[in-house]
Design a binder for this molecule. Structure first.
Ligand code: GDP
Length: 358
């Protein structure tokens, strides 16, 4: 499954956040056989639709989609120079599908900031610089090889051109993700550049920031078009110890309506380019994860590979139509249940039953 790699400077709250991510009962209940690696935090994607579906179908349980975060330990400054931990740091980032940077915006005289002060844009630049330098090294090796290939193989020319363009962009201090409109990232795919990965920013904040709309707007603009999530990592870990009522009170005291982990899960899911569709029955109501743009057979394949191979058709009703009808039978007689074929592109929140040959 796709993962987000958590990175950040020392002392920004990565471990605190990661501990909160790894302690949730929902998963133990619904995925009893999943092996969960020590450096992987798997968070359920909050989905209020599941509860409503479970009511309509009388489902015994609800199974949410999940989002996986990998804790990427290791030094940051000098990582691109390739010594020891630095190499491992970059290799771990290469394996992740998106980068989730934790940035400190909380003030606490007792917690030392590595650069001596809270400065989000400088923190972002520090990480970007290491990734950009690593990508430049990759390109310095690749470009001479691509030049040679392009001399005899015409189809290699677009790759060479894209690599040269990428070098200019990185030389100017920008990431490929930030410049994605200027180059065809598809041409660069074989080079696995780190900065082409989608970025997500988590601002580890305290109440004074979380309740300051102007400051939040400023931080959001700093990282746009990447997603920004604001939370208090310390509070997130405390929430897990509390009953529902006390948790709600604590959240309200810092001006929040829901745990930050919920917004983090949603933003992570979005950054990875994923969406869900739903299945429901007496046993369970469940959200399944597919890439945005997936077709009906690809969606069926997520349940079982045989379902994709033997796909015949999908019976699809939108979540809203189903809930309005109140039952599958009513939705059917109202003509709200569509029969879709193998070219159908799934829409988030489709409630689906697949027909297939085995
Ligand atoms: P890491 O080095 O990025 O993994 O950072 P840690 O999670 O170990 O946090 C470093 C220190 O900052 C610890 O003493 C945490 O208790 C503290 N800390 C983490 N998050 C917060 C926060 O949101 N507010 C405050 N005041 N302290 C925090």
């Amino acid at each position: 499954s796709l993962t987000l790699g958590i990175v950040g400077l020392p002392n920004v709250g990565k471990s605190t956040l990661f501990n909160a991510l790894t302690r949730n009962d929902v998963l133990a209940a619904n995925y009893p056989f999943a092996t969960i690696e020590p450096n992987v935090g798997v968070v359920p994607l909050p989905d209020a639709r599941l509860g409503q579906l479970a009511k309509v179908f009388g489902s015994e349980r609800e199974v949410p989609a999940v989002v996986s975060f990998v804790d990427i330990a290791g030094i940051v400054k000098g990582a691109s120079e390739g010594a020891g931990l630095g190499n491992k740091f970059l290799a771990n980032i290469r394996e992740a599908n998106a980068i989730c940077q934790v940035i400190r915006v909380f003030d606490d005289p007792d917690v030392v900031h590595v650069d001596g002060r809270v400065d989000p844009s400088s923190d972002i630049e520090t990480i970007n610089t290491e990734l950009i330098l690593a990508d430049l090294q990759t390109l310095e090796k690749a470009i001479p090889r691509l030049e040679k290939e392009a001399r005899t193989q015409k189809e290699r020319r677009p790759v060479l051109e894209a690599a040269k363009q990428a070098k200019d962009i990185l030389d100017s201090g920008r990431t490929m993700f930030a410049a994605q409109k200027e180059v065809d990232l598809e041409d660069l795919r074989e080079l696995s550049l780190l900065t082409t990965k989608p970025f997500l920013y988590v601002f580890n904040a305290d109440e004074s920031v979380l309740t300051n709309e102007a400051r939040l707007k400023e931080l959001r603009e700093l990282v746009a078009p990447a997603d920004a999530v604001f939370l208090d990592a310390k509070v997130e870990s405390e929430l897990l110890e509390l009953d529902e009522e006390s948790a709600a009170e604590l959240l309200e005291s810092i001006g929040q309506h829901e745990p930050g982990l919920y917004s983090l899960a949603r933003a992570g899911f979005h950054t990875l380019g994923l969406q869900t569709y739903l299945t429901a029955g007496p046993k369970e109501s469940r959200a399944w994860t597919i890439p945005q743009g997936a077709t009906a057979p690809q969606a069926a394949g997520v349940i079982h590979t045989d379902f994709e191979r033997g796909f015949i058709k999908a019976e699809v009703v939108s979540f809203a139509d189903l809930i309005e009808a109140g039952s599958m039978a009513t939705a059917k007689s109202a003509g709200k249940v569509r029969i879709e074929g193998k070219d159908y592109v799934m829409v988030d929140g489709d409630v689906v039953e697949f027909r297939f040959n085995v």
